[in-house]
Design a protein around this ligand. Sequence first.
Ligand code: GTP
Length: 260
Amino acid sequence: MRGFLFSLKSDKSNYYICKTFDKTMQYKRILLKLSGEALMGDRQYGIDPKRLKEYAQEIKEVVDRGIEVAIVIGGGNIFRGVAGASQGMDRVQGDHMGMLATCINGLALQSALEDTGVYTRLQTAIEIKEIAEPYIKRRAIRHLEKGRVVIFGAGTGNPYFTTDTAAVLRAIEINADAILKGTRVDGIYDVDPEKNKNAVKFETITFKDVIEKGLKVMDMTAFTLSEENNLPIIVFDMNTKGNLLKLVSGEQIGTIVDNE
Ligand code: GTP
C-alpha cells in the first residue's frame, strides 16, 4: 500500500487534485496564447529557463483558483533561426518545421509546469504519439475538468495557418470564456506605443473598430474567426508578475476586444 501511494505521488503526470473554483473569478475556462519569442527572455533564440519558470508560476496561480487553463504556444523562438538559414524554402515545408517548433515549446512548458506541481497534458494536431497525445476535443475537455492544464501543440496541423488561428480555433472548440493573448505590450493602442509616447491605450474596443482603425491584434483569419464566434480576445502584458491572476480576477488589465 505504501509503495502504491508513493508511486501515485511520484508520477507527476497522473496524480491530480481538482482545485475548487474560486467564484470571485471572472473566467472559468481560459485559453492562454503565448508567443514562442516570449520564451526567449533576453536571448536571441531558444528557451530561457528563467522565463519558462516565471510563466509556469504565473499559470499555477490561476490553476490554484480552480480556473481551467488551455495553452497554445507559438514556435518563433526556434523556427526563426531555421527560416533565416533557409531562404526560399517551400512554404509548406517551413510551416511543418514551425509546427514541430511549437511541440518543442509545448514539451518545455509542460515540464516547467509539472515542476511547479501543475498537472498537464500535451495534445498535438499532428500525430507524434510516442511524445504526446493526439488532439481529441472531448478528451481535452475532460482533462480540463480534472484540473489539468492542456497544452495544444502543432498549431492547427495545417500549413498557412498561424498559431493565433490555432488558439482561436481551440478556444472555440473547448468553449473557453476568452482568449488571453500574452504579449510584451500591455494592451492595444491607437498608435505604436514604442514609437509614439502620446499613444492612447484602449480598455475595451470592438472587433469592428479594430478593423476600421487598422489596428493589429491578430492575423485576419484568427481575428474574424474570433469575431464570428463571439470569443473575446484580451491582449495583456504577460511579463509583468501577477498580471494573469489579476486579469482572471476581473481587474482591468490589458485591452478587451469584444463584439459590443
Ligand atoms: P484519465 O483517463 O482521465 O485519468 O486521463 P489520462 O490522461 O490519465 O489517461 P490515459 O491513461 O489515457 O493517459 C495516461 C498517460 O499517458 C498520460 O500522461 C497521457 O498524457 C499519456 N498518453 C495518453 N495517450 C497518449 C498518446 O497517444 N501518446 C503519448 N505519448 N502519451 C499518451
